[in-house]
Design a protein around this ligand. Structure first.
Ligand SMILES: Nc1ncnc2c1ncn2[C@@H]1O[C@H](COP(=O)(O)OP(=O)(O)OP(=O)(O)O)[C@@H](O)[C@H]1O
Ligand SMILES: CC(C)(CO)[C@@H](O)C(=O)[O-]
Ligand code: BAL
Length: 279
């Protein structure tokens, strides 16, 4: 595996490649990331991964400085997965001047859920992904469903901007107790790690209650938020949405059996976790 830090070297290395499969990450790699590499291999060749902790998508009080970084261990894991190139640019390389040209997702999708609680987050994601795609020129790129709204926004962006990259979604990789793997899980204390699967259990309860249809959805969401809060969590949202546009379902949607997903974000101590479940 080649570790490349400059855009120019990356272009040289990948010139003439028409089937590149790309997996962008922020590093601190876990089994969920590695499952994305394996899926990428099924969709193209060579597989290119990136590691870049993108300051643009962090708010002023977010964990940019604290975000875990482990480039050497990450590179070993990627090499074992048969990744051809690891692109790991410095901030100076990717943002040599203030990034004034930005890619702004539409308000409806970009300002709800994660966008509401992390203002500017999706602007930062869309901007860095557009720039990464311009560097790597992938035919396919793989994103995890754990970041459900991000996957949808990136997919819509590539379609509306006619980018020549197909977006593939990967299932969420979980620990045996149900917790979605996430780099931020490393912030959890032992006691918090024991508590953390409650978020996924809560999503399952919501899904069960929506399926039975006995309670109004708003009531199901409220009671899920309350039960997490009672366990010491600080939930930002637990929300049932339509899978295709992430809008709240109305009675006609429920009647028609429109596919739904429940999305959640909550703080456990100082760690903010997100997860979701297709119903
Ligand atoms: N458990 C998982 N299963 C499948 N894909 C995942 C999982 N965790 C992360 N990914 C995907 O890996 C890609 C890179 O994500 P990222 O580097 O932010 O990792 P992360 O574990 O989500 O970290 P964070 O703690 O920042 O949320 C994204 O497409 C993300 O959706
Ligand atoms: C897609 C991404 C690598 C962009 O920085 C990041 O948002 C992530 O790791 O999910
Ligand atoms: N996993 C998505 C990137 C972020 O939370 O900043």
């Amino acid at each position: 595996m080649k570790i490349i830090t400059s855009i120019e070297d990356l272009r040289d290395q990948l010139s003439g490649q028409l089937r590149t499969a790309f997996v962008p990450t922020m590093g601190s790699l876990h089994e969920g990331h590695l499952s994305l590499m394996r899926l990428a291999r099924k969709h193209g060749d060579p597989v290119v991964a990136s590691i870049f902790v993108n300051r643009l998508q962090f708010g002023p009080n977010d964990d940019f400085e604290r975000y875990p970084r482990s480039l050497e261990a990450d590179a070993e894991k990627l090499a074992r997965e048969g990744v051809y190139v690891l692109f790991a640019p410095s901030e100076k390389e990717l943002y040599p001047e203030p990034q004034e040209y930005r890619v702004q997702p539409p308000d409806n999708l970009g300002n709800m859920l994660e966008g509401e609680f992390r203002p500017g987050f999706f602007n930062g994601v869309c901007t860095v992904i557009t720039k990464m795609f311009s560097c790597v020129q992938p035919r396919v790129a793989v994103f995890g469903k754990k970041d459900y709204q991000q996957l949808m926004i990136v997919r819509n962006m590539t379609r509306q901007l006619a980018m020549p990259t197909e977006i593939v979604g990967a299932e969420t990789w979980r620990a045996d107790d149900g917790l979605a793997l996430s780099s931020r899980n490393s912030y959890l204390s032992a006691a918090e790690r024991d508590e953390a699967p409650a978020l996924f259990h809560c999503l399952n309860t919501v899904a069960d209650n929506v399926r039975t249809g006995r309670l109004p959805i708003a009531e199901v969401e409220r009671s899920a938020m309350a039960s997490l809060a009672q366990r010491g969590w600080k939930p930002d949202y637990i929300s049932v949405r339509k899978r295709h546009d992430l809008l709240a379902p109305d009675a006609a949607d429920l009647e028609a059996g429109t596919p739904l997903v429940v999305l959640a974000a909550a703080r456990l101590g100082t760690t903010r976790l997100i997860d979701n479940l297709e119903i």
